[in-house]
Design a protein around this ligand. Structure first.
Ligand SMILES: [Zn+2]
Ligand SMILES: [Zn+2]
Length: 284
């Protein structure tokens, strides 16, 4: 529902922007295209990622959302390059947009985005500040077009149109860069910033029976669901009862972090680390 509304409106913006000869409207259209794609992909991914993990994809399908975010970024970059290539020549040779058409599209834009924002904000589950901020951007982008169209009706300063367009497109690209960086970190299996690996390793190392912790790996499936694994070397061979106590202590520690997948390997004092030769890790 929200998807089709956005989709239809994005097409109206692109066609309308070209018809009324306003690059500011085109840059708003690119922004809304990004939103439409994000909603559409969220919709499709919501269905696909609910599919359970299987033998071929043992972690399930959540990582598709990272791929989708990168594809969305590529579309936004392509759209931004197009708008900027249209807008820059107009800085030197400004063209007057059809201000009446521009005003009409701006009123439509404020209405559609305002209604969308109002509807989403009424659902309390979506009150995250990120979403609030984004909805505000959607509306403010169109308010800016509205103001410029009103100014152009009174004074003939056509350069305002490409200036607004370039400013808004740079803002879009700034957000794209931020999102791409976050997605790339997930792709490259960076340690999620909210996980304090040192604190976790210290806690795992605290029991006197533990000689050391190595092969510590923390990464994220999709930015929200994280994976943890580690090898724990024991200093001796404690009796079963003590071993049980140790295991449940490790388990409780790791559980606090809420990892979606976690694995701990226990090594005996004289046991060679199975992965010692792999990669550049010190192993033991
Ligand atoms: Zn390793
Ligand atoms: Zn090991």
């Amino acid at each position: 529902m929200a998807f089709w509304l956005n989709f239809t409106f994005t097409i109206i913006e692109f066609v309308g922007g070209l018809m009324v000869n306003s690059v500011a409207i085109l840059s708003d259209a690119v922004h809304d295209l990004g939103d439409t794609l994000a909603i559409g992909m969220g919709w499709v991914l919501g269905k696909v990622s609910r599919k359970q993990a299987d033998q071929r994809f043992s972690y399930g399908y959540q990582r598709l959302s990272v791929l989708a975010a990168l594809l969305n970024a590529l579309v936004l970059i392509a759209g931004s390059v197009f708008v900027i290539s249209e807008a820059i020549p107009r800085l030197w040779a400004p063209e007057m947009p059809d201000t009446t058409g521009m005003l009409a599209l701006a009123i439509l834009g404020v209405t559609v985005n305002g209604l969308g924002a109002w509807r989403l904000l009424r659902q309390s589950s979506l009150n995250a500040s990120v979403i609030r901020w984004h909805l505000l951007e959607d509306v403010l982008g169109w308010v800016a077009v509205l103001v410029v169209s009103l100014v152009l009706m009174v004074w003939e300063i056509p350069i305002l149109d490409p200036i607004l367009s370039i400013g808004f497109t740079l803002f879009i690209l700034f957000n794209v860069a931020r999102n791409v960086w976050a997605s790339l970190k997930v792709f490259l299996q960076a340690v999620p910033t909210e996980v304090d690996t040192d604190a976790l390793v210290d806690a795992l190392q605290a029991p006197p029976a533990v000689a050391g912790v190595h092969h510590v790996h923390v990464w994220s499936l999709d930015g929200q669901q994280h994976v943890f694994s580690a090898h724990i070397k024991l200093g001796g061979e404690p009796p079963m009862e003590e071993l049980r106590g140790l295991k449940s202590r490790f388990s409780a520690l790791v559980k606090e972090y809420g990892f979606a997948h976690s694995t701990i390997e226990l090594e005996w004092p004289e046991e060679m680390c199975r992965n010692a030769e792999q990669g550049n890790e010190e192993g033991e």
